[in-house]
Design a protein around this ligand. Structure first.
Ligand code: ADP
Length: 244
């Protein structure tokens, strides 16, 4: 518990600091991206200047994506919660995930309907995207498979929705596994990893009253299990209204 508390305090402090920086950086990047794209439109195709400007845009886009991750990590506003079917969130984002898939990596899904949770749709989407992105990156050039599954477990009280993302990548050593949810912990090269993906996932899951576990997959690879409390709508008794 003490470790969890320490982690929460660390996240809070880092979130405030990083959020402030990211906010200003984001404002500074808006005109950079907007104007370079404008200039680009007026340049003749195939010229050297155009190639240079493309590099500028690539760099600024990467910086913007990083800033967005940091903003997501530090976001404080109250989430909008409603009953959300996790299988539907997977379905809705599936095409986009497939499109970003490198050659040699396959994706499979096994999603049972009925895993209903009280949650913010876009936050659940972010959990899926971050876990799948890591799984795909772990597989690298492949070949390999990422499997996303959703089940509703009603044998516990309260019942739990379970979202599992597993990959056939190299797996993690003990040290990495013990640190994956730490903000800014990354084993990826500078410029490629922010170390925020799983900290964001951890924050979202715990703020929804859930938990997340990771383990090595038998046969190689990693498995992330997310558990969220099931939202079971109690069947309301019809209210007698014999005075109407
Ligand atoms: P980032 O992806 O930017 O490094 P994350 O917080 O998403 O940040 O992940 C932290 C670290 O956890 C990664 O750098 C990697 O070492 C490890 N990791 C996460 N997911 C996996 C996975 N599916 N397989 C192996 N290692 C992983």
């Amino acid at each position: 518990l003490e470790r969890q508390l320490q982690q929460a305090l660390k996240m809070e402090a880092l979130g405030t600091l990083a959020g402030g920086i990211a906010h200003d950086l984001n404002n500074a990047l808006v005109p950079v991206l907007g104007l370079t794209e404008c200039v680009m439109e007026n340049l003749p195709a195939g010229g050297a200047e155009r190639a240079d400007l493309e590099l500028v845009i690539d760099g600024a886009t990467r910086a913007r994506d990083l800033v967005r991750q940091i903003l997501a990590f530090s976001r404080k506003e109250a989430p909008e919660r409603e009953p959300v079917d996790i299988a539907k969130v997977v379905d809705m984002g599936w095409e986009l995930l497939l499109r970003a898939l490198p050659f040699g990596v396959r994706m499979e899904r096994r999603c049972a309907a009925g895993a209903l949770v009280l949650a913010d749709h876009s936050q659940i989407d972010q959990v899926i995207v971050n876990l799948v992105t890591n799984a795909v990156q772990a597989i690298g050039d492949g070949p390999g498979t990422v499997t996303v599954s959703v089940t509703a477990q009603r044998d516990t009280a309260p019942g739990k929705a379970r979202l599992t993302v597993e990959d056939t990548g190299p797996g993690m050593d003990e040290t990495t596994r013990s640190r994956v949810f730490e903000p800014f912990f990354t084993t990826k090269p500078v410029g490629e990893g922010t170390g925020l993906g799983l900290a964001v996932v951890h924050g979202i899951v715990t703020s929804h009253g859930g938990s997340i576990e990771c383990r090595n997959r038998p046969g190689g690879g990693t498995v992330f299990d997310v558990f969220l409390p099931l939202f079971e709508t109690a069947v309301a008794e019809p209210i007698p209204c014999d005075f109407i």
